[in-house]
Design a protein around this ligand. Structure first.
Ligand code: MG
Length: 271
């Protein structure tokens, strides 16, 4: 059982996990956020959002001194204190955005694939697709390492697009509303592993990680951590975890930030 004075790191999904699915509030998690902060335990936001979208939230949560994981693991942002020498402020798993866009545009020209990505449309169109306001849509369009797209073609062509992308080292993953094109093998789990190793190097001792998430795109993260909190989701997807240590997995009965707190209280004893 991990204690607050252990070398803990917590990786958390945002929507439906730390943030309420409906009103985006994290209020019910505040007592636990305060405990983690008092114990100097890093909380790493691990999300499908873009760095531009995460920035405001990270600052509201007083976490700007911590790294964060964006675009479903395709990008890891490092705070100033973490950069050595001429290191850039982020680490990208595989291909960057312009490279992904170029590949998509070339494939579409060659095979007449019927899709539109964020890079093809206006902020107004992204706002219509997502339900975001236009300024919010603009933040969602500032991408570093993954491209969401809407597919309008048939299944056969889609299977062929998938094959073509695989040849370029890219993969399609299903999100809530979109398909996401990103480097093959990039995911929340891979990013969590990369960052856990960095923490380990920095501290010179093994770290104990807890992952918290509610959706299928969290599964790789929940398999990469020592302790997994599976938050009850507002969806019908099963959340199968391939791990043997069942006692290190807790499935909450509560949603969102209530479930978030329930999960931490389950694993970490507080005196
Ligand atoms: Mg979620």
């Amino acid at each position: 059982m991990p204690y607050l004075d252990d070398p803990l790191i917590i990786f958390t999904d945002l929507d439906g996990s730390l943030l309420d699915h409906h009103d985006y509030s994290w209020q019910p998690a505040q007592p636990w956020l305060d405990k983690l902060s008092a114990a100097n335990i890093p909380l790493v936001l691990t999300t499908s959002k873009t760095p531009a979208e995460v920035a405001a939230l990270q600052s509201a949560l007083h976490l700007t001194h911590q790294p964060f994981i964006a675009e479903n693991g395709a990008m890891i942002h490092l705070p100033p204190g973490w950069r050595t020498g001429d290191e850039v402020p982020f680490h990208i798993n595989g291909a960057g955005y312009s490279e992904i866009r170029q590949t998509l545009v070339e494939l579409r020209q060659r095979y007449d694939f019927e899709f539109r990505g964020f890079g093809d449309v206006t902020p107004n169109q992204v706002a219509v697709w997502t339900g975001l306001s236009e300024p919010e849509a603009e933040l969602a369009m500032q991408r570093e390492a993954s491209e969401p797209l809407v597919w309008f073609g048939n299944d056969l062509d889609f299977a062929y697009l998938k094959k073509c992308l695989a040849r370029e080292g890219l993969a399609l993953t299903r999100g809530g509303r979109f398909w996401h094109v990103m480097a093959a093998g990039a995911g929340k789990g891979q990013a969590v592993q990369w960052l856990s190793e960095r923490y380990q190097q920095k501290r010179g001792q093994p770290v104990i990680s807890i992952g918290i998430g509610d959706g299928p795109n969290d599964l790789s993260m929940l398999e990469a951590v020592n302790y997994a909190v599976v938050i009850k989701g507002h969806h019908d997807h099963e959340m199968p975890l391939h791990r043997d240590d069942i006692s290190h997995v807790f499935r909450t009965s509560e949603f969102g930030p209530q479930g978030w707190s329930q999960g931490l209280s389950h694993f970490i004893p507080v005196f």
